[in-house]
Design a binder for this molecule. Sequence first.
Ligand SMILES: NC(=O)c1ccc[n+]([C@@H]2O[C@H](COP(=O)([O-])OP(=O)(O)OC[C@H]3O[C@@H](n4cnc5c(N)ncnc54)[C@H](OP(=O)(O)O)[C@@H]3O)[C@@H](O)[C@H]2O)c1
Length: 297
Amino acid sequence: MILITGSTGQLGQELVKLCQERGIAFRAVARPAFDFEQPESVAACFATAKPDLVINAAAYTAVDKAETDQDAARAGNHTGPLQLAQLCEAANIPFIHVSTDYVFDGAKGAPYVESDPTNPTGVYGTTKRDGEAAILNNTTAKAIILRTAWVYAAHGKNFARTMLGAARRFPTLRVVADQRGTPTAAPDLAQAILAIAARLQQTGWRPQYHGIFHATGSGETTWHGFATAIFAEAAASQKPPEVQPITTADWPTPARRPADSRLDCAKLTQVFGITLPPWRTSLGPIVQQLLTLDPPG
Ligand SMILES: NC(=O)c1ccc[n+]([C@@H]2O[C@H](COP(=O)([O-])OP(=O)(O)OC[C@H]3O[C@@H](n4cnc5c(N)ncnc54)[C@H](OP(=O)(O)O)[C@@H]3O)[C@@H](O)[C@H]2O)c1
């Protein structure tokens, strides 16, 4: 039995869908029944589920709002996940947790490896980094932490949906062209996580599974490149807008983002034999779903 937390989120929904399609036993929990701000709700959900594995897809993900909502961000990304890891430690079951490229400051100038020093530039990244550290340093949980980036899906709030909606209202969009990274399709990340779960079941726990792994789509782009690709995929349904490249300085936000948060995902391939697909390949089907199933407003 897999306990999936944050089942209303982008990743959580994809995990639930895949488990249903594959007949994998799972229990999905979300707010208000499972709320990191209510520790007793976390303990109660865990006790009811009696899981063999926990996949934590719950997190405080509002990067800009976190700057002024620090207590909620800390509960969602640090103290809550730590509590979940402690429950897994006590039950001696593996814990798969998800973290972010925003633990880095983006100044390396090359793809980050897992052992690179972290230096988050905002509250979101800081609380995610503190969550990682607490799980690994303050528990002996069998923890696998997957750092991902630029997550999008056919549902939920994400860059692809925002861009398609904006293009219906404006003929010209200005999009930041000096932040590099890699979009990650939530279905691809969910597949990778369930492949890890299958591996755990096959081999039992092995020491090399413990720790941090980078897990993004393959390749790289900028937000401007991502936007342009989204509109290319949508061109048959909606007229592409003009996408003007701008700098980060032209688009001030409450939280500072890393300029180059590309992640080197070789360790995931070496240890688990998993490589996420090229980001550009995964984009088309999701854009089509966004346009048909859940038309952006
Ligand atoms: N989205 C990205 O671009 C991105 C980038 C890098 C890493 N990540 C990481 O990837 C993981 C999955 O992200 P996502 O895009 O699927 O996020 P998402 O769509 O924002 O979903 C987050 C989920 O967490 C739940 N949640 C929020 N606060 C909670 C709390 N206090 N207690 C319990 N549940 C809470 C949300 O519930 P409600 O529906 O009630 O709000 C939702 O189910 C997260 O760990 C995130 O940090 C995401």
